[in-house]
Every structure is written in C-alpha cells, then in structure tokens.
Design a protein. Structure first.
Length: 252
C-alpha cells in the first residue's frame, strides 16, 4: 500500500499536505500523530470515502485513488466501520455471514446467493472461531459486551479475506486487560496481512506495530521501527510542540 504526495483540501484549507508512505505487504503499521493531524482523513482517502485533491494511492501497484469504497474493498482493502456496521438484531453468526456475502458481491441476486450459501456458512464458522466468539454464535449482536462487539466488527472486516486491513482505534473504550487480549486477537487474525491502525494508545502502538507512521500537519514526518521513532528528534519536537500548544489552549 503506497501513498505518493497525497493532498486533500477542504475548502481553502489543505489538510493533507503531501503525505507519502510505502507499506510493505505483511507489515503492521500504527499511524499516530497529534489531534487534528489528519490521520482519519488519510484513512478516508485510502479507503475511498474521499477523493484526494492530488497525489496517488496504490494498492498492490494499482492506482485506487478516485475509486469508490466498495471497488477498493473488492480489490483487497477492508476498513472497519466501527460497531455501527453491526446488525444489532442479527446473531453473531448471521452478522459474519452477511460480511462474507457482502464481500462476495451479493446484493439481491437470490439464485447465486443460494448456490454459494454453503461456502458462506463455512467461512462464517471459521471467522467465528478466529474471533473467539464461537460460544456466542447465536447471541444477538446487541447483547454482546462492548469488547465482543469490537471483535465482531474485526470479524466482519476480515470476512472477505482482504490482504490490507485498516482499523481506526480498535481498542478505544476498552479496559487495560481487554486491550491486552484484543491486541493478541488482532495479531492472530491479521497474520500475513498488511495492517494499518490509527492509534492514540501508546501501549497498543508498541504492542502491535512493526512500524510507526507519524502524521503531523498532514504530512508523514517519520516512518520507521518503534525504537527509531521513539528517539527521532523531529517526532519529539512535534509531540512536545503540540503538547505545549494544547496546554496553552487549555489554560484559562
Ligand atoms: N469533511 C471535512 N470537512 C472539513 N474539514 C474536515 C473534514 N474532515 C476533517 N476535517 C478537518 O481536517 C483536520 C484533520 O482531521 P482528522 O480527523 O483527519 O484528524 P485526526 O488526526 O484523525 O484527529 P484525531 O486524532 O483528533 O481523531 C481537522 O482540522 C478537521 O477539522
């Protein structure tokens, strides 16, 4: 997955200001940066929610910028849409099956649907075990705990077998012990896949990431192994600068 001099303006304000990044297949990357730096906007550009103002996004060497989210999904990039994407009144198994069928391109093609239903059921059963919710197979999604719902969301995200997975703060709102377990789960289900997460929690960053991309004012100012990023002068200055700025804003 590669970004080349990516730019995005909202009105007259340039929010993404020439971001470049080359993520190798199979790497787990945490995208960090101060509030408002443009991390979510970058994810929106990669997943096709927004079209860039200029620059390129490549997936497996193919340009995907300007394509629609479902087209990008079919090309092998899947983004978690948080728990709003879960059907609360369907069971865990049914939610996963929907994820599988959607990824196979089903909408209302009923005959095709019936022919392939066995495969979808089998895949949904596999996913159920992968996200460790097999004991909750027939529980309605709305009756799961928060952490279980987030696990289900990951299951739906990986349902189609995409090679590149984007997760936006996957452990947000979890307790420390839930977070620890969840990091392990994410690692397990993304083995061999390329993973990008937007993350604020440094425990998650260092527990999960092979590499860290630091976004500041719409640019990737560092992209390296965690230890190297930690000692990077520019990163320290950017974080210190933003903390000082926050503290000044916070002062009455
Ligand atoms: N659709 C939009 N229209 C106008 N401005 C936007 C839009 N989306 C984001 N922005 C602006 O772009 C800037 C970057 O926002 P973004 O959400 O990408 O930052 P972030 O790094 O994800 O922040 P946080 O860590 O707080 O989630 C912000 O100033 C935000 O107000």
């Amino acid at each position: 997955m590669e970004l080349r001099d990516l730019r995005k303006s909202f009105g007259k304000t340039e929010i993404i200001r020439g971001a470049s990044l080359a993520v190798n297949a199979g790497e787990r990357v945490a995208v960090i940066g101060p509030n408002g730096a443009g991390k979510s906007t970058l994810f929106n550009l990669i997943s096709g929610r927004f079209a860039p103002t200029s620059g390129e996004v490549l997936l497996n060497g193919q340009r995907i910028d300007g394509k629609r989210p479902f087209e990008i999904n079919r090309l092998g990039l899947s983004r978690s849409f948080q728990i709003t994407n879960i059907f609360p009144k369907l069971s865990v198994f049914e939610n996963l099956r929907c994820g599988v069928l959607w990824s196979l391109g089903y909408r209302y093609t009923f005959l095709k649907f019936l022919a392939d239903l066995d495969d979808a059921n089998e895949r949904a059963e596999q996913l159920l075990e992968m996200i460790k919710l097999d004991k909750k197979r027939d529980v309605l999604a709305m009756n799961l705990t928060y952490a279980e719902q987030r696990a289900l969301e990951i299951g739906i995200t990986i349902a189609g077998g995409a090679g590149v997975i984007l997760l936006d703060e996957p452990t947000a709102g979890m307790s420390k012990s839930e977070t620890r377990r969840f990091i392990e789960l994410i690692k397990e289900v993304t083995v061999g896949k390329t993973l990008l997460t937007v993350e604020h929690d440094m425990g998650v960053v260092f527990g999960l990431a092979d590499k860290i991309a630091v976004v500041v004012y719409g640019e990737v100012i560092a992209f390296d192994r965690p230890e190297a990023v930690r000692s990077n002068q520019r990163v320290q200055e950017a974080y210190l600068g933003s903390h000082v700025a926050d503290a000044q804003v916070a002062r009455p």
